[in-house]
Structures are given as C-alpha cells and as structure tokens.
Write a protein that binds this ligand. Sequence first.
Ligand SMILES: [Zn+2]
Ligand SMILES: [Zn+2]
Length: 356
Amino acid sequence: MSSLVERLRARTDKKPVYHLDDSDDDDFAPRKPGTAQETLEKIIRDDAKEGACQACGEGENLLSCDTCNYTYHPKCLIPPLKAPFPTKWRCPECVSPLNDIEKILDCEMRPTVASEDDASKLGSKQIFVKQYLVKWKGLSYLHCTWIPEKEFLKAYKSNSRLKTKINNFNKQMASNNSAEDEYVPIRPEWTTVDRIIASRGEDDEMEYLVKYKELSYDECYWEFESDISTFQSEIERFNSFQSRSRRASSSKQKSIIRDPVDPKKQKEFQQYDRTPEFLTGGVLHQYQLEGLNFLRFSWSKQTHVILADEMGLGKTIQSIAFLASLYEEGLYPFLVVAPLSTLRNWRGSLQPGHPR
Ligand SMILES: [Zn+2]
Ligand SMILES: [Zn+2]
C-alpha cells in the first residue's frame, strides 16, 4: 500500500479531462418529477383545525400543507412566510422549519410555558429551558426567534447538519467567553434602517427593500411597512424621492422629441468653452473642462475610455459633469458602479433635476 502522499502525487501527474457525457444517465430509468410524491395520500392529522389556522385558530387566507391537512396563516408561521408563496409548501409539522436557519446567534436559559397544549396555563406555570436565538435565511435580524433546544433535538433526526451547527456554535461561545469583549448577538445597528431602496405591493401589504446600518448591500431584506414603522422618516424620504423622480422623468421625457435613431450617433459633438450653466456650486478648472470635453467627444464616437489622473484632481467631478451634460440632453438613466462608501454621494449628485 503506497502512502497517501505518493498516491496524491500519482494522481496529479494525470490531468483530468472534463467533457460532457450523457451516457451515465442511461443507467437510470427516466424519472418523472414528482410522481412518487403525488401518489402519496395526504397525512390526516386528527387535531387539524378545519378551515382555520393551526397557530391562531382564525380563518381566511390560509396556506395548506402539501402533505398533511394542516393550514396556516403565512404570518403565523415561525419564521413568518413571505410572498411569493411556494406552490408546494409543507407545514412545520411535516418539515422542520429549523432547516431554514441561517445561523445561531445566542443561547440562554429562558422561561417557557410548562405545557404548550393547554392554553389556559399560559403564564401560570413557567419553567426555564435552554433556548437558541436563530437568524432565518432570507429574513433580517428583526425576525430572529428564540427556539427551545428540544425543537432542535426533534429536528436532528432529519437534519444532521443542524447538530453540527449547534456544536460549532457552542464551541464558538466557549472561546468567546474567554475573550475580553462582551459578545453582542444582534448589534442595534443591524435592525436600524439605513435607507430604503425599493418598494413593492400596495396599501397595507406594502413592502420595502431595506438596507440596514453596518450591514452590506447583499444583506438587504424586504420588510412590511408595519415591521419598520419606527423608521417612518426613512419611508417618507423614499416615497418623496420616488414621486420626485417620477415627476422629473415624465416632464423631461415630454419636452424632448426623441428620434428613433440611436441618440448617441445622432448627436453632434458639442464642446464646452466654459463651465456649463447646469453645473451649480462651482466652476470647473480648465483641465477639468478639458476632461469633460474629452469624455463627451469619446461618447460621441462611442469609444470606451478610462479617466486616469492623480488623486484629488477631480475625476469624480468630471465624471459627474459628463453625466449631467448627458442628462441635460435627455439621455439617462446611468448605471454607476462605485465603491460602496461613495454610493450615497453618487445618488445625491444624480437626483433628477439636481445635477451638481
Ligand atoms: Zn394564524
Ligand atoms: Zn403538513
């Protein structure tokens, strides 16, 4: 038996060849998707609340489980389910919701009701049990939930990775305890609305795409208005920005007679001899004006360019001036790719009707 190193070396000598080969598939009989599932009878649970939500007991707008006769309100689920709802949904009794855990944030002995089955005992007899604070996939830190350890023990049977997650978390907590900094499971900033990016839905089902403080843009989440109602000023700021840009673009579009020909080609190159009037708040330096004209000339020739210069000489202002000049001619919108830290400046600079 050769050593592991020798075997590895022998393998690296031979370069693997990758090619598309469907022949393997022939070994299997063609399988129709979902046929096995569909022939199964639905599980009949005797305690199912007929035509009512299994969690709150109320009716209307219920989501039916695909594999049993339970029904739920999407909002009554833990974690709450958001539209668009899946066509084949399975209730928490059939599929453990713990499969949707993104990460475990904290662990504590917390009070719980002694018997979940008897609602009359609610609050009367509390016992302390070990619970984990979880963050769910696709939901922000606003929707983190404490889950009793016994729920995890139940879910281990069907999801062995969950056990690894818990073990890793416990190990991490043990090492954190020795560290000097106090561990904060959810920083307050992560639930503080930084800005609102988009909206969808209408009336009381209105949702906003929220960027949270200290979290990056890939951690933006859709939230119902009611969940972020304490940030009313941010909602209003977003809504007024939306209506302003709608107004601006509709009036601007009307005033410009658009030619079916590509506007880039059709437009003659027009040189600026001095800082154009639409640029407010300062005058361009001569070399910046040159830069602006260079960008405009290249644009008219449909040539890609890179504006390179030393730091602090105003490449950004030249770029903004260039985009503003196009905006004056009714050519927009623009896609600006910029470092995260400067995104806000760009957005401010290019607000319709306010090129700076
Ligand atoms: Zn309900
Ligand atoms: Zn079910």
